[in-house]
Design a protein around this ligand. Structure first.
Ligand code: SF4
Length: 229
């Protein structure tokens, strides 16, 4: 059974509840979504075939025992991604699965030890143009150490996120991530996100008394859009 992989790299986790912690990223190739602001379009195609054994050999010399399985959309390679995470957990790694939220995570939810697996599930907001792909049934499965992430571009996205949370209360930690100012890799020139959006989101959260984390993407503060960071 081969995994299609775009890259493996060692960096720090740039977002969410494990932000700042050294992490090895295993980026799987392919995604059936096309978010308007996607910053990893290079992972849509290409890649190389790796066995789980080869991935484990590559990870072995890296002292970090924290691995983020990301994409693309890792669960588009469902059997292979589950096999990889099962092996990582069996060998004592803490695993974060970053998934678009468009695919049922119930198989991942059954992996053990579950407390060593953090599901980081997106909910796609209107500005992504992928809102219709949300599999919101995932929210009921999430545990307190899991993460539910909303990338926010504007007030419409914020109102949408607030409504989702009101209709589908979750046990997971909630991350509101305002769009970070950066060049759009698709158009190369157009800058998406701005500091005003970050400030607005922070002020809306405070005004509404929401118990959510407002976060940025720290790796972009440090390294910009450098690939493999
Ligand atoms: S789900 Fe992730 S990888 Fe896929 S298009 Fe959206 S941002 Fe890009």
């Amino acid at each position: 059974m081969a995994l299609r992989l775009t890259e493996i790299f060692h960096s720090i986790q740039g977002e969410g509840s494990t932000v700042g912690l050294p992490t090895t990223f295993v980026r799987l190739t392919g995604c059936s979504l096309r978010c308007s602001w996607c910053d990893t379009t290079y992972s849509f195609t290409g890649g190389e075939d790796w066995t789980v054994d080869q991935v484990m050999e590559r990870l072995a010399p890296i002292r970090t025992r924290r691995v983020c399985v990301t994409g693309g959309e890792p669960l588009d390679q469902h059997d292979e991604a589950i096999a990889l995470m099962d092996r990582l957990l069996g060998e004592g790694y803490f695993v974060v699965l970053e998934t678009s939220g468009s695919i049922d995570v119930s198989r991942a939810d059954k992996l053990a030890p579950r407390e060593m697996l953090q599901l980081s599930v997106d909910v796609k907001c209107p500005a992504s143009n992928m809102q219709k792909r949300n599999h919101l049934e995932n929210l009921a499965l999430l545990k307190p150490h899991d993460q539910l992430k909303f990338v926010l571009s504007d007030r419409r996205d914020y109102d949408f996120a607030r409504e989702v949370l009101a209709k589908r209360p979750t046990k997971a930690q909630v991350l509101f991530q305002p769009m970070w100012p950066s060049p759009n890799p698709v158009t190369e020139t157009k800058v998406v996100g701005d500091v005003a959006t970050m400030r607005n989101v922070a002020e809306w959260v405070l005004a509404d008394g929401l118990d959510v984390r407002v976060g940025t993407q720290m790796h972009k503060v440090i390294w910009g859009h450098e690939k493999g960071r």
